[in-house]
Design a protein around this ligand. Sequence first.
Ligand SMILES: Cc1cc2nc3c(=O)[nH]c(=O)nc-3n(C[C@H](O)[C@H](O)[C@H](O)COP(=O)(O)O)c2cc1C
Length: 444
Amino acid sequence: MTVPPSSSIPSPSQSSSEILPQSKKLQGREFYNSIGQPKTIVAPMVDQSELAWRILSRRYGAELCYTPMFHAKLFVTSEKYRQNMWDFTKDGNFENDRPLIVQFCANDPDYLLQASKIIENNCDAIDLNLGCPQGIAKKGKYGAFLMDDWDLIYKLIKNLHDNLKIPVTAKIRIYDDWEKSLEYAKMVLKAGAQFITIHGRTRDMKGQQTGLANWKILKYLRDNLPKDQVFFANGNILYPIDLKRCMNETLCDAVMSAEGNLYNPGVFWTKNNDINKQFPRVDKLLREYFEIVKSIDTLASRHSMKAHFFKIMHEFLNIHKELRPIIGQTSVHSSYDDWEKIVIQVEEIINKIYENPNIKEIDIIEDNNKIEEWGGSYKIIPYWRCQPYFRKVDGEKQNTRLLKIAGENDLVVTSDEAKQKKLKRELEDDSNDNVVSKKQAIPI
Ligand SMILES: Cc1cc2nc3c(=O)[nH]c(=O)nc-3n(C[C@H](O)[C@H](O)[C@H](O)COP(=O)(O)O)c2cc1C
């Protein structure tokens, strides 16, 4: 399908007049069943949940993906914006990009409907972003800042529900007040949202104040919304094992992950305990991702590469800092040959690690078996494997801070970092076994 030129898109006043018969489209659980009852979901992520990343994530167990948030008005009015965000020949294709939910932010029901109409044949549902807490959302009055205007939210959702061929869904944040959160969720559903995703954090929990998502309120909401409501939980997923914990504790239908997935797409792998699927080698994952980007070659995927490289390699780059400026110098204009050089460099470093005779003993995932405040336990993962990132809170990494709050002296992150450095030293010592070290060679 080709994108209609801007001139052929109706103006806001022309839209939303005809009400489509609701019997024609699947709703609620019926719709959920029709897309295969997904249990693992790649969250909408600006500049990050684009086609290449979705293809990669599905290979590692993601069963449903959301696009990054698109700005509805710009999607309607700017052809350039649309082309940067979406490739009508590739995004949403049935071969490797379904089921797919496209997310928009909006504050005008007519623009939202027009944007959704442009894309309704290329996805399974349209999601309304009600969670973005950033300053830009405050300025533009969208995302979580619509929480102050329930009438508008109702209109935005209802207009899609009445006029789109496909279902509408919504992703919301919570209020501190549980009852208000419940009333809010009920209003969103009454307006016509068929799935509800609840991110267990308030609008103020962002940046350094991100903190832990609240699964207890998710369970409360789940218990008090209609039994058959399709309900997705979002927040606090670090490891594959956390998915089951989240499902058991919140009774959700599926779990959505953003940061967990970005730093380790293996977070969704639950079929078995294959270490190469759950905590893939950085070099292998980087190669797989890079080959996907080259094969689809969309503007959005090229644009997102640098951030993905940094995130996939986050822990690895703490040890191999020399690669950071090399990746830092790349841009959307860098050639695939430039990127290839970086991938090869990473492959060479990690292949060398695997030449170590003791590799089997050190290439393991260690569980500290200590249940933490967030309900799970941290793992120590070799730095050459993908692993979660712990956001800094007030300048400290989150799990360090949590342990401090809990009055613990045994700071896992510190010991984890020390352990990674020790692993590197051991590897270097072993690889130097048969070589005269510089120090020995210098006569004193
Ligand atoms: C890089 C990034 C981009 C995000 N972009 C969006 C977005 O476009 N739309 C949205 O609803 N939420 C967005 N979020 C929020 C996530 O979808 C998710 O709700 C939040 O990160 C909590 O999930 P997590 O604990 O698994 O990270 C973004 C998060 C990250 C880390």
